[in-house]
Design a protein around this ligand. Structure first.
Ligand SMILES: NC(=O)c1ccc[n+]([C@@H]2O[C@H](COP(=O)([O-])OP(=O)(O)OC[C@H]3O[C@@H](n4cnc5c(N)ncnc54)[C@H](O)[C@@H]3O)[C@@H](O)[C@H]2O)c1
Ligand SMILES: [Zn+2]
Ligand SMILES: [Zn+2]
Length: 409
């Protein structure tokens, strides 16, 4: 989602969006929060406010309200923190300006709706999508809601987000989902961003097929979402690659057939050797005498990058087999080398993308079926008042053995 902000800024879409928003009431907080007199005379709520690189605070701000007929205001019952929020706090996302309430994931109860909202009413329990979709523009028509001309990733970016007691959701009819009673907030929260991202930008883009070998580089919430949803297609081998042993252990429980910690590989061994020996081991274990004509060339059929650094994209390029697919999910902030001189002859496909969250309804149905338990990614729980503590823990995920936080409002 970080990537998207660069695209938006580059094309001027962000300014289009903010013009639309500022014609009514400012949606950032500094001008209000600096005036305690103003706050005393209007409805307030508490929210986690970005105050410039490295600075954030949990403080009173004007309460979210309906500004457009298509808006809904949702009272959060839970929210969480994404790796992208950490990128924002580092100052990596220029579209996020001081005064912005962070967060693009959440579950809550509709408090009020504008006159143009027909699918939701006050009292409805809803899942908030990280992607706001107008449902009417060119890109929404192309099912590429990530690039919606009136929305896209705007929550906690161009407009105030979900790490607050209340949030305004534009285009509520096409950006909220009715929350099934049978699903707890802990499961639903994973549908705001992590699961659709892993499924759409990873699994769907890579076209995983039954029996294939898949490597997932990065075992954060997004890599884990790839791991969980890749199993819809029954790949024979799923190799999880990460430098964090505790995350690798969780990946094993969630269905990884093999794990690799690259920082522990012997100096004499390449990642390709390791991956290839895993796949050939699987052949031997199945009891078959390898038929040379039917044995695949070294490498994996699918490699999915879920970190966002040059080194891990290099790993994907190094381990891909002929005919393979590399799906890049990670957000890259620096230039990355493409080894086209090696890849062209291998008939490799490379895909990239920002989540459109157009599979959320389908994923909701899968969750209702009860076989998927994405809540197992939640390692830490907090009250909304303690969100600053949640940021400290999530910001030191490896040390704290954290994967996903659950923040109850
Ligand atoms: N494309 C999209 O629409 C989209 C949406 C959401 C998030 N993202 C991006 O997806 C990526 C993953 O998100 P996340 O929340 O899971 O992040 P995360 O930071 O929690 O997880 C990244 C994992 O990569 C591992 N790692 C770091 N360096 C490594 C290396 N050299 N080799 C192997 N493993 C290494 C870390 O130990 C960590 O477990 C991020 O870049 C995020 O911004 C993309
Ligand atoms: Zn996110
Ligand atoms: Zn649109």
């Amino acid at each position: 989602m970080l990537r998207f902000s660069f695209i938006r800024s580059a094309t001027g879409l962000a300014s289009t969006c903010s013009r639309r928003i500022t014609t009514t009431t400012p949606t950032t907080t500094p001008s209000f929060s600096s005036s305690s007199l103003f706050l005393r005379t209007m409805a307030t709520m508490k929210a986690l406010v970005y105050e410039g690189p490295g600075k954030r605070s949990w403080k009173p701000v004007p309460k979210a309200e309906v500004l457009e007929p298509t808006d809904a205001v949702v009272k959060l019952t839970s929210t969480t923190i994404c790796g992208t929020d950490l990128h924002i706090l580092k100052g990596d996302v220029p579209s996020v300006t001081p005064g912005r309430i962070l967060g693009h994931e959440g579950v809550g109860i509709v408090e009020s709706v504008g006159s143009g909202v027909s699918a939701f009413k006050p009292g409805d329990r809803v899942l908030i999508s990280c992607i706001t979709a107008c449902g009417k523009c060119l890109y929404c028509a192309r099912n590429l809601q990530a690039h919606c001309l009136n929305g896209g990733w705007i929550l906690g970016n161009d407009i105030d987000g979900t790490q607050a007691e209340y949030v305004r959701i534009p285009f509520a009819d096409t950006s909220l989902y009715q929350a099934p009673k049978s699903l707890a907030d802990e499961s639903l929260l994973m549908l705001s961003d992590a699961l659709p991202t892993g499924y759409e930008v990873g699994v769907q883009s890579a076209k995983i097929r039954p029996g294939e070998s898949v490597a997932i580089v990065g075992a954060g919430p997004v890599g884990m979402a790839v791991l969980i949803t890749a199993q819809f297609f029954s790949p024979a081998t799923i190799i999880m690659i990460d430098t964090d042993d505790s995350r690798l252990a969780v990946a094993k429980k969630l269905g990884a057939t093999h794990i690799i910690n690259p920082s522990k590989l012997a100096a004499s061994t390449t990642m390709m050797d390791t991956v290839t020996s895993i796949i050939s081991e699987a052949d031997i274990a199945s009891g078959e005498v390898p038929n040379k004509n039917m044995t695949a060339k070294p490498g994996v059929d699918v490699a999915i990058e879920c970190v966002g650094v040059p080194q891990t994209f290099a790993t994907c390029q190094a381990i891909i087999a002929p005919g393979g697919r590399i799906a890049n999910v990670g957000v890259h902030g620096t230039k990355v080398d493409l080894q086209l001189q090696e890849l062209w002859i291998k008939n490799v496909t490379i895909t990239t993308g920002l989540v459109s969250a157009n599979t959320t309804a389908m994923l909701l149905q899968v969750l209702r079926g009860g076989k998927l338990k994405p809540e197992s990614l939640i390692t830490h729980r907090f009250k909304l008042d303690d969100i600053e503590k949640a940021y400290e823990i999530f910001g030191n995920a490896a040390r704290e053995h954290a994967i996903k936080t659950y923040i109850e409002a």
